[in-house]
Design a protein around this ligand. Structure first.
Ligand code: HDE
Length: 712
């Protein structure tokens, strides 16, 4: 498969960033004042063995800068990975939006994307069971638009007021700072079980969506209902969706746990390597459009961020594509310093009254002030719009611009009234004029009170193997809780979603699903509120299934960038490897030679083959599939090291495709593969195409019930 080379579609932003790049190649070391440094290894002392002198400005500059080189990590989404790319529109949607990026098909809009986990610290594992952030900064010709979404289409809570409670509950417990990057603990489930609006997002977190195979293989969602505004000033409601070209795929929990040990940078590395090798990740942008007059035609409230609009009810229209084609030059300068704000919108896009979105419009600017330290954070290169900016905001820490002139106010006559305001015809922004006739009131809309119907729809829509994963995840997560009353309360609320699921989880926990609970179900209400009014009603079935919710209905048509471990020792059959390699690489898969040692291995015909990983340095969970070519001596070497057997048994347990030729087949006979010879993804002495087809399926989940019994 031909690797792509970067085109210059995102050049507007990349060129802008280049102005700030600093090259160290062929340069002499200087201080920050440009003084050439002669010795950066020794401090200035009073004598060879004497004390260091206060005079040593070189030492002080170096150490002081070092002392201050960390900035506070993000309160949430601290762990992240970013990349540059561009967005292109397939077809104008001017009937809905006047935004340039939604009307101009000739444009390629530069983007910077940051993916993240939510709960863990900056250095935590990529494979935590968690929601993933999916934040996209569009550098448009009309200003920057940030679509700050997640990889799940709904959120835990309905009102921004509850966000600190949610985050405090999931973060490590404050007395012991345990556990890191994990929701499986008492405080989280204490909160969840008393706040039933969380259950929809929570069941998504129990599903495979929370442990993606790759950041490149997950969907993204804007979550909130936004508005699109057309030239005539008319509004349509919209939900944004990102659909990955490679389909939506996940690892198993057993793999996630092991990957966290074997390579806790697994997702970051995968994204970097894919872009670095010219396999540019792509997502299509889809919109679900709802006419203004249809606002109230659903069984749920469009302003409630714990609800999705099933694709069965409102189809997703694909309108464009995003391609990520460049890695950052510097992690800190770009990925760490990028600041996303849901409040960054452009004419043609507007907000709704979703109370979660409304709170976010405050939080993100506020948090940048402490994280990046100054209201001038928009001047950091990665955050600068590609459009020139002019206003009367002045000064502040780290001011990088030099505003000219005598005036910094409006109106003025001394600067000819400039910067003047933009007329609507010149692209000036105005907010959508929504009619409001209301009482000022601190409450929750009753239309937000259905907490069980959509988690139940999600669970019903899953394939059997996915349901099994959800069950196992609940057993794991609740099994880690130490208070029985929290476990039992959770069982009771899960039973409101699905009785059968709750019974299975209860069995795993060795508990019974309670028939009733003493306290009200939903306690996320005010002290003087009418408690009964805020209790969630029994679940409704307004749609039996939404196929789009199950990963079993995703794309299975590509093996691009899939990692195949080839297990060989000296004496392997080169002809077999070459045949398989050629077939796999043609489809874009990546071959990794795993040998008993590093360096090179010799084939049966005496050729040297570069080793990608010595078996001691790698693990089965880091690959998508395994191939074992023949060769008597090669197989003898594999048999001598028990880790190869474990390697294969683990891949088998994780339902991966495994292929072997010649003596390789004999080796597999000595592993648990011997019990799975009829399996569709076990390819013994077969054509490479069979192996490719099996890999396209991602996993052979049909194997799961039997494979679970493999003791690795
Ligand atoms: Fe965020 N969120 N969030 N969030 N969020 C932050 O902003 C917040 C919510 C999301 O890669 C913070 O710059 C509140 C929903 C992403 O830099 C902070 C509420 C969605 C990222 C913040 C929410 C998100 C953040 C922390 C409830 C999906 C990472 C650092 C009202 C639609 C962006 C920062 C990046 C980051 C607040 C809920 C997505 C504290 C108050 C819903 C992807 O401002």
């Amino acid at each position: 498969m031909a690797k792509k080379t970067p085109d210059n579609s995102n050049s507007k932003k990349i060129e802008d960033l280049k102005r700030f790049e600093v090259e160290t190649k062929d340069t002499v070391m200087t201080t920050n004042q440009g003084l050439k440094v002669n010795d950066t290894n020794n401090s200035l002392k009073s004598g060879e063995r004497g004390s260091t002198l206060l005079e040593d400005f070189l030492l002080r500059e170096k150490i002081t800068h070092f002392d201050h080189e960390r900035i506070p990590e993000r309160i949430v989404h601290a762990r992240g990975s970013g990349a540059h790319g561009y967005f292109e529109l397939y077809e104008s949607i001017e009937q809905y939006s006047k935004a340039g990026i939604f009307t101009d098909t000739a444009r390629k809009t530069p983007v910077f994307v940051r993916f993240s986990t939510v709960a863990g610290s900056k250095g935590s594992t990529d494979l935590a069971r968690d929601v993933r952030g999916f934040a996209v900064k569009f550098y448009t010709d009309e200003g920057t638009w940030d679509l700050v979404g997640n990889n799940m289409p709904i959120f835990f809570i309905q009102d921004a007021m509850k966000f600190p409670d949610l985050v405090h509950a999931v973060k490590p417990e404050p007395n012991k700072e345990i556990p890191q990057a994990a929701s499986a603990h008492d405080t989280f489930y204490d909160f969840i079980s008393h706040t039933t609006e969380t259950l929809h997002n929570q069941i998504w977190v129990m599903s495979d969506r929370a442990i993606p195979r790759s950041l490149r293989m997950m969907e993204g969602f804007g979550i909130h209902t936004f508005r699109l505004i057309n030239e005539a000033g008319e509004s349509h409601f919209v939900k944004f969706h990102w659909k990955p070209k490679l389909g939506v795929h996940s690892v198993t929990w057993d793999e996630a746990v092991k990957i966290s040990g074997a390579d806790s940078d697994f997702h970051r590395r995968d994204l970097w390597d894919a872009i670095d090798s010219g396999h540019f990740p792509e997502w299509e942008l889809g919109v679900q459009i709802v006419a203004q007059e249809d606002e109230h035609k659903f069984d749920f409230d469009l302003l409630d961020p714990t609800k999705l609009i099933p694709e069965e009810m409102v189809p997703v229209q694909i309108i464009g594509k995003m391609t990520l084609n460049k890695n950052p030059e510097n992690f800190f300068a770009e990925t760490e310093q990028v600041a996303f704000l849901p409040g960054h919108i452009v004419p043609g896009i507007d907000f709704t009254n979703d109370p979660l979105l409304q709170g976010r419009l405050f939080s993100y600017r506020d948090t940048q002030l402490s994280r990046l330290g100054s209201p001038n954070f928009h001047q950091i290169p990665i955050n600068r719009p590609i459009m020139p900016t002019h206003n009367n905001q002045r000064d502040g820490q780290m001011q990088m611009d030099i505003p000219k002139g005598q005036t910094a106010y409006f109106p003025n006559s001394l600067s000819g009234g400039c910067p003047h305001m933009a007329k609507m015809a010149e692209g000036g922004f105005t907010s959508y004029e929504e009619r409001i006739d209301a009482r000022k009131i601190r409450t929750r809309s009753e239309s937000f009170s259905d907490h069980f119907s959509q988690p139940a729809l999600f669970y019903r829509s899953l394939a059997d193997y996915e349901k099994q994963h959800v069950t196992d995840a609940y057993i794991f997560e609740l099994g880690k809780c130490t208070y029985q009353h929290i476990q039992e309360r959770m069982l009771y609320v899960v039973a409101q979603i699905d009785e059968d699921l709750a019974q299975k989880v209860a069995k795993g926990l060795g508990l019974k699903v309670p028939k009733s609970i003493d306290e009200p179900l939903n306690q996320a209400i005010g002290a003087d509120a009418d408690v009964a009014k805020f209790q969630p009603p029994k679940k409704k079935v307004y749609l039996e299934k939404d196929p789009a919710l199950s990963q079993s209905n995703t794309k299975f048509d590509s093996i691009e960038t899939r990692q195949v471990a080839v297990l060989v020792g000296d004496g392997f059959k080169m002809s077999e490897l070459n045949t398989m390699k050629a077939a796999l690489e043609k489809e874009g898969a990546m071959i990794k030679v795993v040998a008993p040692h590093g360096g090179t291995v010799k084939s049966d015909s005496g050729e040297e083959q570069k080793v990608d990983a010595a078996i001691a340095t790698t693990e089965s969970v880091l690959y998508d599939a395994i191939y074992v070519p023949g060769g008597k001596n090669s197989i003898k070497a594999l048999k001598e090291n028990a880790k190869y057997t474990k390697f294969i048994n683990e891949a088998l347990k994780h339902c991966k495709a495994i292929a072997a030729d010649g003596e390789g087949v004999e080796f597999l006979e000595t592993t648990h593969v011997s019990e799975f010879k009829e399996d569709a993804a076990i390819c013994l002495n077969s054509e490479p195409q069979k192996f490719i087809n099996a890999m396209k399926q991602h996993r052979n989940w049909k194997r799961m019930p039997q494979a679970e019994k493999i003791p690795v």
